[in-house]
Design a protein around this ligand. Sequence first.
Ligand code: SF4
Length: 297
Amino acid sequence: MKIEPFRTVNSFLRQIYGQRVQKIPLDAGFTCPNRDGTKGRGGCIYCDATGSGTGKGFEKISIREQMLSGINWAKKRYNANKYIAYFQSFSNTYHSDIHYLKDIFTQAFVSEDVVGLSVGTRPDCINEECLDMLKDISKGRLLFLELGLQSASNKTLKHINRCHTLEDFIYAANFVKSFGFHLCAHIIFGLPGEDIDDMKKTVLFLRDFHVDGIKFHNLYIHKDTIMEKYYNNGLYTPINQEDYTDIVAWSIKELGQDIIVHRLTGDPNPDKLIAPSWALDKGSTIGLIKEKLIKII
Ligand code: SF4
């Protein structure tokens, strides 16, 4: 087994289960309060109408079917035998009917080999009823709650039209921790108006908050987003690969070995990507981060 210069989610899961545990991405066809008018319209300025989803939810492919076909793929591709059901797109706790949410999540538990549930959502879409339900259905499975923060600066959050504040994140994150779930925060480097010091402040905030895990993303520009207009009008220059890999390496060193790294870089859709082109070369970005990290730890 390859030793990484930081604690990855794969090594964390392997420690517990003694084997590879594969995440199976699922799309439940949810939406987002920042798109349907509850909080805002049009969404965050970098988000396209698919909310990073596969579209399977809107095609009405059930979660059970998605899970079974994902497991089939993971068995063939990685010889995997243990799985995490991963609700990734849009805000996966954003539904007023708790019974509907319960049904959606439990559909993913197609066998005992589904050892965990990972739910991505917004800080303003968490409430006690929902967390109680998740605790109730998980029954010994790992439960990862992924909250999008993106930046610890309220000025930036306003600029990117997140329609939530740092205080919303703190409230929701404390709630998640009080339930004993694994709290994973999402952050983005290269947001408009932010310099390296702003990015460092976000990382130091999360370190001091003691999140359990983190996902790093670089801001990339997809077609049909507000950022596309900024970029085409010369109002925004994406972070370059050198600066991005420097700041991620620095962040991992600052966060220390207790915080699990779930993701090192964004994952743009090649058919939708406008810029930067280096965002498609994940292998070289990850390689550079590891090289730089080894030099500074
Ligand atoms: S919160 Fe997520 S799904 Fe909603 S608009 Fe922002 S990026 Fe898109």
